[in-house]
Write a protein that binds this ligand. Structure first.
Ligand code: AMP
Length: 287
């Protein structure tokens, strides 16, 4: 496995593979690998003959009072884990390499979809994500890029980025990897104490209650959202939001669900960690 830190070396490596008839799958990450990241790497290896994992803690996607400085960084352990997964290249550029223009760098503006759900509380976050993903697509020129469903809004935004700006990249989404408790794996779980971890498992438990009501036939948006809110309150969790939106455009679902794919998504603070989770609800078209 090779570690690349410069843009030209990364692009040349990928172009050489393509000239030799190989295909490339990219897994963008911020490092501090857990089993969720490894599942993305496994999927990338199934899709393409070459796998590139990027590790870059992107300052553009952190707000001024967020956790950029304390976000976990452990390149050595990550390199070992990536190698064990059969990754071909880890691309880990510095901030100076990615943003030589600093604050004056050009940015991608995603519009409304970046300002709803988490975007209400993190207004610069998704434009920062879209900017770095666009750069990584230009640098690596992958055939596929693999993302996790845990970040459901990010998936919708990356799909829109590819569609609207015509990137020749296929987007692949991997289901959320969870701990035995149901807690979605996240680098930010490291901020939790043992007690807080138990509490944090309540996020998914609440979503599951609504999922069961949905399976039992509930089709009212507000009823499903209320199930989650009540279940969170019973566990002493006050969410930033609980919303049911259509999975592509992230617009509020109709009061009475019609056939389509919906995201039941939430964010909540537990201790020092801002956690997110979601489940997908699909209403089949009736014959
Ligand atoms: P991050 O390093 O947190 O930016 O995440 C990098 C990629 O891993 C993103 O596509 C995430 O959606 C994905 N990811 C993070 N946690 C999980 C998880 N628990 N299950 C599946 N994918 C995940």
């Amino acid at each position: 496995m090779e570690l690349i830190t410069e843009i030209e070396a990364m692009r040349e490596g990928s172009r050489r593979w393509h000239r030799q008839g190989e295909t490339v799958a990219l897994v963008p990450t911020m490092g501090a690998f857990h089993a969720g990241h490894l599942a993305l790497m496994r999927r990338a290896r199934e899709l393409a003959s070459r796998t590139v994992v990027s590790i870059f803690v992107n300052p553009l996607q952190f707000g001024p009072h967020e956790d950029l400085s304390r976000y976990p960084r452990r390149l050595e352990a990550d390199l070992q884990a990536a190698q064990a997964m059969g990754v071909d290249v880890v691309f880990a550029p510095s901030e100076a390499v990615m943003y030589p223009a600093g604050e004056e760098t050009a940015r991608v503006e995603m519009g409304r979809i970046a300002q709803v759900l988490c975007g209400r509380f993190r207004p610069i976050h998704f434009n920062g994500v879209a900017t770095v993903v666009a750069k990584l697509f230009h640098i690596v020129e992958p055939d596929w890029a693999v993302f996790g469903q845990k970040d459901g809004q990010q998936v919708a935004i990356v799909r829109k980025l590819v569609r609207d700006l015509n990137f020749p990249v296929a987007i692949e989404v991997v289901p959320t990897v969870r701990e035995a408790s149901g807690l979605a794996m996240s680098s930010r779980n490291e901020y939790l104490s043992a007690d807080e971890r138990l509490k944090a498992a309540g996020l998914y438990a609440a979503l599951r209650e609504a999922e069961e009501r949905f399976r039992a036939g509930e089709r009212e948006r507000q009823a499903l959202v209320s199930v989650v809110e009540t279940a969170l309150a019973a566990r002493g969790i006050e969410p930033e939001y609980v919303e049911l939106v259509d999975a592509d455009e992230l617009r509020p679902a109709p009061e009475q669900l019609v056939p389509g794919r919906y995201l039941l998504a939430l964010a909540a603070w537990v201790g020092q960690a801002r956690l997110i989770d979601n489940v997908v609800l699909e209403v089949a078209a009736t014959a």
